[in-house]
Design a protein around this ligand. Structure first.
Ligand code: GRG
Length: 287
């Protein structure tokens, strides 16, 4: 079974330490507990890894950690909201009961706001004003009305409805793809990457992010709860890449998107090997 590429392990440890410091367990507080419950739960931290690898490729990851932490906090915020009874009504996430089933809906919603707020606060405190403004605007655009919020709204409203492939793709480019693109761009910005670097990395991440979602749909049908850490066969009322293209078609689409992602790395040559490895992992992942 394909597992995380070896280099992920180091990043995961470092990331968990940094996220722990970002939302410290300084005093007992129900919202803080709920934020940490989700933020520090076992996760691939793939968006943070994209930030760090993109920075590494553009000159060094020494300034990338706050952007990596902030994107993980935004992602964790979105997971809490996505799992609520009024959205996906999910019982399990990251191998644990979802935050609202443990802490209640009110605290879960406040924890999601808390994480989103801390993400932007962390950027503003960690970078000089110009870089903080650029990364904050980048993330705000990724979350907003052309990103996660828009994709989620269209997805929720399409429950039980027949939608076109074009609509399905637009939903998931916004719900999932946009945050991958923001991760790659943020990494490049923190390392002083050129416009050409950002263009190539955006093309890579855009395709990687959509592939990531196609595989997510596949895992809902072919995966297990133990592998994915979440309830499977949960997407029955939604049009997915699998309901549209079948298991084989969706797998082929994911592989094609990962090949396109890797092709976008050509200008970097062998320096982009790890991002290529990440694309291979995404195409074959079972977790
Ligand atoms: C205000 C932040 C905010 C969001 C509002 C709720 C919402 C809009 C958007 C939901 C977006 C969402 C949850 C998309 C699903 C993306 C996805 C494939 C999640 C699974 O990601 P993994 O596998 O999870 O990387 P881990 O647990 O490994 O981090």
């Amino acid at each position: 079974m394909p597992s995380l590429p070896g280099f992920f392990a180091n990043y995961q440890e470092t990331m968990t330490r940094a996220l722990d410091a970002m939302v410290p367990a300084s005093r007992p507080d129900p919202v803080r507990d709920a934020m940490r419950y989700t933020l520090l739960a076992p996760s691939k931290r793939v968006r943070a890894v994209v930030v760090l690898l993109a920075a590494d490729l553009c000159g060094g990851a020494s300034r990338a950690m706050p952007a990596a932490c902030a994107i993980e906090a935004i992602h964790a915020s979105s997971l809490i909201l996505d799992d609520l009874p009024c959205m996906d009504d999910a019982p399990l996430r990251r191998g644990r009961p979802t935050v609202h089933t443990v802490h209640g809906e009110a605290v879960a919603i406040l924890a999601a706001f808390g994480l989103l707020n801390d993400a932007y606060g962390h950027l503003s405190r960690s970078y000089d004003p110009a870089l903080a403004a650029r990364v904050t605007a980048l993330y705000a655009d990724a979350v907003g009305l052309d990103g996660l919020v828009a994709g989620q709204a269209e997805d929720v409203l399409a429950t039980d409805a027949a939608i076109s492939f074009e609509t399905l793709e637009r939903i998931h480019r916004r719900k999932t793809g946009v945050l991958f693109s923001a991760a790659a761009t943020a990494g490049a910005l923190t390392a002083g990457g050129s416009a050409g670097d950002i263009e190539a990395l955006t093309a890579y991440a855009k395709n990687l992010g959509l592939a990531f979602q196609v595989v997510d749909d596949l895992l809902d049908v072919t995966g297990t709860e133990a592998e994915t850490g979440k309830a499977v066969r949960h997407d029955a009322r939604k049009t997915t890449f699998v309901s549209f293209s079948g298991v084989d078609g969706a797998r082929e689409l994911a592989q094609e998107l990962c090949r396109t992602a890797t092709l976008a790395l050509t200008p970097f040559g062998s320096r982009a090997a790890r991002l290529g490895e990440l694309a291979d992992f995404v195409a074959a992942r079972r977790l």
